[in-house]
Design a protein. Structure first.
Lengths: 308, 490
C-alpha cells in the first residue's frame, strides 16, 4: 500500500497487502472502550460533541417536503429550552429533497448531505449513479453519501469498485464524498478493512459503515477496524479521512463510547464534526434528554422533546 | 513509515473526569489478628506491621506479625481439623462448603475489589473484572471436583496429603489465595496460608468469608507476616506439602530447605516471557496483546510478556503503534474506573524497577516512556519500552516485575525461537501470526508452561498453569492442579 501522498493521485492499492484483522482481538478491544466511565463535565462535553456531529437523517420512501422542512427546523433548533446547544452537522436526505433542505437550512451553516448512487442497494448502472450524484450536487448538496457495489466487492472485483468510487468522487466536484461500505453485508472484519482501504485510496473524504437499511448497521468492532484503517492511511500519506458510523446508535451512552473509541484510536484531531459524524435519527433526542437531566437532575418526559 | 508530522495527539482536547469507586461500602479494621481455628486471635507476641495504600503512602491497617509459635498454633489447628473433620467428610460435603464460599465471594465482590485496589495499587477495573471474578471461579471450579476425584485419576485411589502450607505473593492477593486454597480443600487437605506482607487485607476478608460460610474451625488458617513467618511454615515438621508462588530466589531457598524431607511441594516462580510477533500477524491486535502482556497489573505478573520479539519487517510499525497506544494508557488513582495502570505495589518494588531503568540505559538501550502525568504521592512508574537491546542485556535476562518491556527483532522463525528460549525462565509465551501451522510449530518448541496464540494473559480455572526450568515445579489449576494436592495410590 505504498501510495505517494500526492493529492488527486488516485492509484489502486495493492489489495494483497491490506492489514489483517483478528476478530477476537477487535471485539475484546471494542468491549474495553465500554468500560470507560464518563461522568460529570466530561459527559456534558461529550453529549454536546455528539449533537454537533449528528447527520440528522430521514431516508424513507414516504418522505415529503414538509417532513424534510421539519427536520431542518429541528437541525437548527435542537431544543431551545436548553441554551447554548450546538446545531447538528448536517441533514441527510434523498436527492429529490436536497433543494427543499437547502432552502430550509438557509445560511445556518448546516450542511446538506444527500445519499446517491442508487441508495441503499447500489444496484444501478454507473452512468445513472454518476448522473444522480451530479443532480444532487447541482441542487446544492454539500456532501454525497454513496454506497459501494457490494456484489462486485464480494466477487473480488476490487478494480471495478475502485473505479466507481473514483468516478463518483470526480462527479462530486466540491462536495465531500462519504463512502458507505454497508459492513452488514461484507461478512468479515477483514473485508471491512479491505473496503476501507479501497475507498480511501479511491478518494473518499469519509468512510461510513452503513445505510441503516441493513442489519447489523454500525457496531463498535466494525467502527474500530475502520478507524484503524484511517489511522494507517494517515501514517502512510499524512491525509486525514473522516469516519461516520451510521445506524443502530440510538442512545447517548453508546454514542459516548464511540467517542471514547475515537479519542483512543485517532486522538483529538478527529474529534470535530469535520472528521467524525454520527448517522442517526433518534439519537439527538436521547442526547437532549441526557443533557436536560445533567442540568436539572431529573429526566423529563419524552413529550417535551420534538419528534420530527 | 510515518514521521513526527503524522503523530497522533492524545493528550489534549476532551478528557475523562475522575470516576472513583466509592469506599463508603467497605470496612477496614484498625488491627487485624491472625485467623486460627476459625477465630481472629491476637499474635502471641504483641507485634503488628502497617499495611499502606501504595497510591497515597498512607496506612490502611495494622496487621499481626505471626511468630514461629503462632505458626505452630495454626498448624496444630489445621492438623486437628484434618484428622477430626475434614479428611472424614465426604467429597460432596466439602464441595458444598466450597460452593458456599464462592457464592459469598460473588456477593461481596465489590467490597473485595475495592479493598484489593486500595491495598495493592491495582486498577479497580482489573480487580473488579478479573481478580475477584476469577477468584470466585476457582472456588466454583474446584467445588465441582470435590466429589469426583476418583474420576480425575482412573484406576488410582486419590488420598489427601494432610496439612498444606501455602505462601502467596502480592501481585494477585485474593486470586492467589483462591488458586491455592480451593484445590487444597477440594482434595481434603487443611491449610495454613500466609499472604504477602504488603497485601494481607483481602486474605483477612476471605477469612471472614470462611467464618460466614460455616467452614469448620481450623480447615483454613491465615497467618500474616514476612519472610520469617513463611520460613516457619515451610520448616514446620507437621506440614505435609508446601505450595509457594513468588520469586525464583525465594523458591530456591524453599527447595533447599525441603531437600531431604518427605514434604511435597509446588513452586510457581518468576518469568521473562517472550511475546513473539510475526510479520503476518494482525498487527493492531498484536499491539493490544503487547499492552495486555506487559502493562496488565503494572507488569507485576510472573507470566508477563516482558520481552517483545518482533519480526524485523514489521518492527517499526509495531513500535510506532505501541507508542501511540501507550499514550492512551491512563496512569493514576487505582480506584478510578478509568485507570489503566495503577500504583507500583511498594516502595521497594519501585526501587527495583527504577534500578532496572538505569541499568537498561547504561547498557545502551533506548528508553521510551509515555507522556502521561503521575500523582505526586504514591509509587508510580510510567509504561516503559526499551529498544535496541541485546540478548545479553540484563533487562532482557532478568525479571523486572514492572511495566517495562524489552524489544528485540528477529528475522527467521528459528532465530525468534532461539531468543525466546534463551533464558533461565520458562513460564509463559505468546505467538502472534495469522497462520495456524506456525502457531503449532512455535508452541511445540517454546519451552514454557503456558503459551498463548493471538492473545495474552488469559486465565481460566480449568487451565493448568506452571513453569519450565527456573520458573517452577508442578502445575496449578485445572485437573492437573488436583494432582498437586493428592497422593495417588494404586
Amino acid at each position: 500500500m505504498s501510495i505517494a501522498a500526492v493529492p488527486n493521485d488516485v492509484r489502486m492499492p495493492d489489495m494483497s497487502q491490506v492489514a489483517l484483522v483478528d476478530e477476537v482481538g477487535v471485539k475484546e478491544r471494542a468491549a474495553r472502550f465500554q468500560t470507560r466511565s464518563i461522568k460529570k463535565e466530561s459527559k456534558i462535553e461529550a453529549l454536546q460533541m455528539v449533537l454537533s456531529m449528528i447527520d440528522l437523517t430521514t431516508l424513507e420512501g414516504m418522505d415529503t417536503p414538509g417532513k424534510v422542512k421539519q427536520l431542518c427546523q429541528k437541525a437548527i433548533h435542537l431544543h431551545d429550552a436548553v441554551p447554548d446547544l450546538p446545531h447538528v452537522a448536517a441533514v441527510c436526505v434523498y436527492p429529490t429533497m436536497v433543494g427543499v433542505a437547502k432552502k430550509a437550512l438557509g445560511d445556518h451553516n448546516i450542511n446538506v448531505a444527500s445519499v446517491a448512487t442508487a441508495f441503499p442497494s447500489g444496484m444501478a448502472p454507473r452512468q445513472i449513479k454518476l448522473e444522480e450524484t451530479r443532480i444532487a450536487v447541482d441542487d446544492g448538496a454539500d456532501e454525497i453519501d454513496m454506497v459501494i457495489s457490494r456484489g462486485a466487492f464480494l466477487q473480488g472485483e476490487y478494480g471495478f469498485v475502485f473505479d466507481e468510487i473514483a468516478a463518483i468522487k470526480e462527479a462530486c466536484g466540491k462536495a465531500h464524498l462519504k463512502v458507505i461500505l454497508e459492513t452488514g453485508e461484507l461478512g468479515t472484519l477483514d473485508r471491512v478493512r479491505r473496503a476501507s482501504v479501497l475507498a480511501m485510496h479511491a478518494g473518499a473524504d469519509f468512510i461510513k459503515t452503513s445505510t441503516g437499511k441493513i442489519q447489523p448497521a454500525a457496531t463498535l468492532p466494525v467502527t474500530l477496524v475502520m478507524l484503524q484503517a484511517i489511522r494507517d492511511f494517515y501514517y502512510e500519506t499524512g491525509k486525514m479521512i473522516g469516519m461516520k458510523p451510521a445506524g443502530g446508535i440510538s442512545n447517548s451512552k453508546l454514542a459516548i463510547h464511540y467517542l471514547v473509541m475515537l479519542r483512543e484510536t485517532l486522538g483529538s484531531a478527529w474529534m470535530t464534526p469535520e472528521w467524525y459524524r454520527f448517522g442517526a435519527s433518534s439519537l439527538a433526542n436521547d442526547v437532549l434528554m441526557q443533557l436536560q437531566k445533567q442540568a436539572t437532575g431529573v429526566y423529563q418526559s419524552a413529550d417535551y422533546f420534538s419528534k420530527d | 513509515m510515518s514521521t513526527d508530522s503524522t503523530k497522533l495527539a492524545f493528550n489534549d482536547g476532551w478528557q475523562y473526569a475522575p470516576a472513583p469507586e466509592s469506599t463508603d461500602h467497605i470496612q477496614i479494621d484498625d488491627h487485624y489478628g491472625l485467623f486460627i481455628n476459625g477465630e481472629f486471635v491476637a499474635p502471641e507476641i504483641d507485634r503488628y506491621f502497617e499495611s499502606i495504600n501504595p497510591a497515597t503512602e498512607k496506612p490502611l491497617s495494622n496487621i499481626a506479625l505471626a511468630s514461629e509459635k503462632d505458626v505452630d498454633r495454626a498448624v496444630k489447628a489445621a492438623r486437628k481439623a484434618y484428622t477430626g473433620v475434614w479428611s472424614k467428610m465426604s467429597g460432596a460435603d466439602r464441595g458444598k462448603y466450597l460452593f458456599r464460599i464462592a457464592r459469598i465471594m460473588q456477593e461481596r465482590a465489590r467490597e473485595f475489589a475495592t479493598i484489593e485496589s486500595l491495598d495493592g495499587g491495582k486498577p479497580i477495573r482489573e480487580s473488579r473484572d478479573i481478580d475477584i471474578p476469577l477468584a470466585a471461579a476457582h472456588f466454583f471450579y474446584y467445588a465441582g471436583w470435590a466429589d469426583k476425584l476418583e474420576y480425575a485419576f482412573p484406576a488410582r485411589t486419590p488420598v489427601s496429603l494432610g496439612v498444606v502450607g501455602q505462601i502467596i505473593p502480592w501481585n494477585f492477593p485474593l486470586l492467589m489465595a483462591a488458586w491455592k486454597i480451593a484445590p487444597a480443600l477440594a482434595c481434603g487437605n487443611t491449610v495454613v496460608l500466609k499472604p504477602a506482607e504488603t497485601t494481607s487485607l483481602t486474605a483477612m476478608k476471605l477469612a471472614e468469608v470462611f467464618r460466614d460460610a460455616g467452614l469448620p474451625p481450623g480447615v483454613v488458617n491465615i497467618v500474616t507476616g514476612a519472610g520469617p513467618t513463611g520460613a516457619a511454615i515451610v520448616n514446620h515438621l507437621d506440614v505435609n506439602k508446601v505450595a509457594f508462588t513468588g520469586s525464583t530466589e525465594v523458591g530456591k531457598i524453599i527447595q533447599r530447605s525441603l531437600a531431604g524431607t518427605d514434604k511435597k511441594y509446588t513452586l510457581e516462580l518468576g518469568g521473562k516471557a517472550a511475546n513473539i510477533i510475526f510479520a503476518d500477524a494482525a498487527i493492531d491486535e498484536a499491539v493490544e496483546g503487547i499492552v495486555n502482556g506487559i502493562f496488565f497489573n503494572q507488569g507485576h505478573v510472573c507470566c508477563a510478556g516482558s520481552r517483545l520479539l518482533v519480526q524485523e519487517s514489521v518492527a517499526d510499525e509495531v513500535v510506532r503503534k505501541l507508542r501511540d497506544r501507550m499514550e492512551t494508557l491512563i496512569i493514576g488513582d487505582p480506584l478510578d474506573k478509568n485507570t489503566d495502570i495503577g500504583a507500583i505495589n511498594s516502595a521497594g518494588q519501585l526501587e527495583t524497577i527504577e534500578s532496572y531503568l538505569s541499568i537498561g540505559q547504561a547498557e545502551g538501550a533506548e528508553m521510551y516512556q509515555s507522556d502521561c502525568s503521575v500523582p505526586d504521592q504514591g509509587y508510580w512508574c510510567r509504561p516503559t519500552i526499551f529498544t535496541g537491546v541485546s540478548q545479553s542485556n540484563r533487562i532482557v535476562q532478568e525479571e523486572i516485575f514492572g511495566p517495562v518491556l524489552a524489544i528485540q527483532t528477529f528475522r527467521t522463525l528459528e532465530e525468534g525461537l532461539t531468543k525466546a528460549n534463551n533464558t533461565p525462565y520458562g513460564l509463559s509465551g505468546g505467538v502472534w501470526t495469522d497462520k495456524g501451522s506456525k502457531v503449532f510449530k512455535m508452541t511445540q518448541k517454546i519451552r514454557a508452561g503456558v503459551i498463548w496464540a493471538n492473545t495474552f494473559n488469559k486465565f481460566d480455572p480449568t487451565s493448568p498453569f506452571g513453569g519450565y526450568k527456573e520458573s517452577g515445579v508442578g502445575r496449578e489449576g485445572g485437573m492437573h492442579g488436583l494432582g498437586a494436592y493428592l497422593k495417588l495410590e494404586a
